[in-house]
Ligand binder design. Sequence first.
Ligand SMILES: Cc1cc2nc3c(=O)[nH]c(=O)nc-3n(C[C@H](O)[C@H](O)[C@H](O)COP(=O)(O)OP(=O)(O)OC[C@H]3O[C@@H](n4cnc5c(N)ncnc54)[C@H](O)[C@@H]3O)c2cc1C
Length: 374
Amino acid sequence: MTPSVLVSGAGVAGTTAAYWLARHGLRVTVVERSSGLRSSGNPVDVRGPALPVAREMGVLAALRERATHADGMRVVDAAGRTIARLPMQTEDGAVEIPRADLAATLYEAARDHADFRFDDAIAALEPGATGVDVTFDRGAPERFDLVIGADGLHSAVRRLAFGPDPELVRHLGVWVATLPLGEPADDPRHVLLYNEPGRVVSIHPSRGEALVACIFRGPARPGLDHRDTAEHRRIVAEAYAGAGWRVPELLAKLPGADVYFDSVSRVHLPAWTRGRITLTGDAASCVSLFGDGSSLAMAGAHTLAAALAGAGDDLASGLRRYEAEHRARTDAKIRGAGRAAALVVPKTRLGLAARNAGARVLSFVQDRRTPAAA
Ligand SMILES: Cc1cc2nc3c(=O)[nH]c(=O)nc-3n(C[C@H](O)[C@H](O)[C@H](O)COP(=O)(O)OP(=O)(O)OC[C@H]3O[C@@H](n4cnc5c(N)ncnc54)[C@H](O)[C@@H]3O)c2cc1C
């Protein structure tokens, strides 16, 4: 009989996994906690190992159509004056796209190949030698040959299969909140970045309305409910109290906006698999904001499906191959995540001044190389 797979989470990793598992002939069900796809999230890059995955899925053209076209970054002061310019990191063929558009494009590619069930979640997992018995919050219980946790940073599958081990997830001292601006950006080519010690705001031009990201330092909040959106808005408003530039105007848009709010965390597990349960995407190895989380999620999901298809009935060897291949991509990124946090959100005035001075030097060097862009 065709093996059955349950994927938890219809995000970037879950939709990619669903598409490829189905293409390899498996029977795929996806359970997604939200009632639909979310509109929030900042632009993310599809690059490196994610590009061939997107190409083979036939979605590269759709991603390019939905891409943002920012080609540089302007660091501004409280009066909105440019104090430094930074180039965007580019790679041949890479696509920068709002996260919501990436998720929607991948879902459109996968939806006819798998049974997507929104507004439901796994409540319990009972692993056995020949399958995993799954209880859902809403749907009837079912048995699957394999369960894949693609349910993000706060993965329920990880908690249920590996236990609530706080050692596995490390808050990097930074929080992120994103929301749509509700209008196009004034500057369609540049990301605007305004920094104060310990807090950053950016406005990222997009095809339609621009996207706002608030990235700020703050301690871990162990008791925080990751679905309490009112509390998330309160935390963001408190973190940015008294901030300059356009911040008061941007904060006024918080109520009523689709706000994505989360801790910037590192997820690092010694093993991604327990029997017939495995993890992929942020659930397995999260570097979120600072390390190609979306590209790695796509590449990992593709590798997982290919390894399972190549292993035939030997599920365990397929899962071992997936982990060996994909860990080679994620481990180096995970090690660099802490350093990136220090660069994006300097803690002190001195750190901020040093970062901006570095950016000015970079602008100067760039201007001399490309005088037309000055
Ligand atoms: C709305 C949203 C906005 C984001 N914005 C940004 C951003 O601006 N910057 C950034 O760096 N990263 C952002 N991320 C995270 C980023 O998308 C991921 O780091 C990356 O794409 C890896 O993808 P993933 O599929 O592993 O996780 P995600 O893309 O986070 O997808 C996980 C999916 O699982 C679902 N889910 C969660 N818990 C359960 C559960 N118990 N049962 C079933 N489904 C569940 C979620 O609703 C989501 O659809 C965002 C994620 C989301 C969901």
